[in-house]
Design a protein around this ligand. Structure first.
Ligand SMILES: NC(=O)c1ccc[n+]([C@@H]2O[C@H](COP(=O)([O-])OP(=O)(O)OC[C@H]3O[C@@H](n4cnc5c(N)ncnc54)[C@H](OP(=O)(O)O)[C@@H]3O)[C@@H](O)[C@H]2O)c1
Length: 255
């Protein structure tokens, strides 16, 4: 793995936890951030038992100043992973409520920018590493960002915003020697999906998802989409006449 100093938001649960523990080994320094002290502490302790050097920080990524201070406090960073995210919950919540829409955008979009923008500025000033990059910023999007899902409009739109931003920004960042990667997972078995009241095609364990992501990052990919067939289905479905979408029940209405 060409990354030794790595920062991860949302490391206290699910995918962030799996990424941290799959990275943890001698010679790796992990800067782990999350909001829940108990769960974050458990991840940090487990990572230390795997001989990684670990810092743990309670952080809400919607707090721009605190997130920038955390990023700057990490020092030299080979990679940062903006993983913290929320959905509307298993029942979908109130899909049209401004409070839910704003919370999803504040965490998933603004929170990701709060995380990667200060890191990318710092990385651009770092020396070039042996892999030809000064650093890599990783944004966790979703296959939901490839299709305008009536079951989760704000979540889908938030991930689509990240998708377009990374795709459009990556060529510019590369000119500064900074790699930028968008990860588009399908369904992963985490607390976020634990109570989804419908079938989840291609559902995979967080450890398997973490291994796929880390292999893609090692290869320096700009987009990591998995399962690939689920990404293809989502892209294809997005091209269908939109009246097909009218038949999709509201998430809360799914038995
Ligand atoms: N699970 C899936 O099927 C799936 C699929 C595609 C993409 N994703 C994406 O993967 C990422 C991780 O999700 P997950 O499935 O692992 O969900 P999860 O188990 O619910 O974990 C979410 C993580 O984000 C953190 N978080 C949420 N809001 C935050 C905030 N304002 N500030 C800081 N941390 C915050 C949580 O911290 P605390 O627990 O400490 O509050 C937790 O560590 C998300 O971006 C999600 O959208 C998930």
């Amino acid at each position: 793995m060409p990354y030794q100093n790595i920062a991860i938001t949302g490391a206290s649960s699910g995918l962030g936890r799996a990424l941290a523990l799959n990275l943890a080994r001698p010679g790796i320094k992990l800067h782990l951030a999350g909001r829940d002290a108990t769960r974050l502490g458990e991840v940090a302790k487990t990572a230390r038992a795997l001989d990684a050097v670990v810092t743990e920080t309670l952080l809400d990524v919607t707090d721009a100043a605190a997130t920038e201070a955390w990023v700057k406090g990490c020092g030299q960073l080979d990679m940062i992973i903006a993983n913290a995210g929320i959905s509307g919950g298993p029942g979908g919540g109130n899909l049209e409520a401004a409070t839910q829409i704003n919370a999803i955008f504040n965490t998933n979009v603004t929170g990701a920018f709060n995380t990667v923008l200060p890191a990318m500025a710092l990385m651009a000033a770092q020396p070039m590493a042996a892999n030809g990059w000064r650093g890599r910023a990783v944004v966790i999007g979703s296959i939901a960002g490839l299709i305008a899902l009536p079951t989760s409009p704000a979540y889908s739109a938030s991930k689509a915003a990240l998708d377009f931003w990374v795709t459009a920004t990556a060529p510019n960042a590369a000119k500064d020697g900074v790699g930028l990667t968008l990860v588009r997972p399908g369904f992963i078995r985490t607390p976020m999906t634990a109570h989804n009241p419908y079938k989840m095609p291609g559902l995979m364990d967080a450890d398997d998802a973490a291994r796929i992501i880390l292999a893609g990052l090692k290869a320096g990919k700009t987009h990591i989409t998995f399962p690939w067939w689920f990404g293809a289905v989502a892209r294809g479905a997005q091209l269908l006449p939109k009246k097909v979408f009218a038949r999709v029940p509201r998430k809360g209405a799914v038995p």
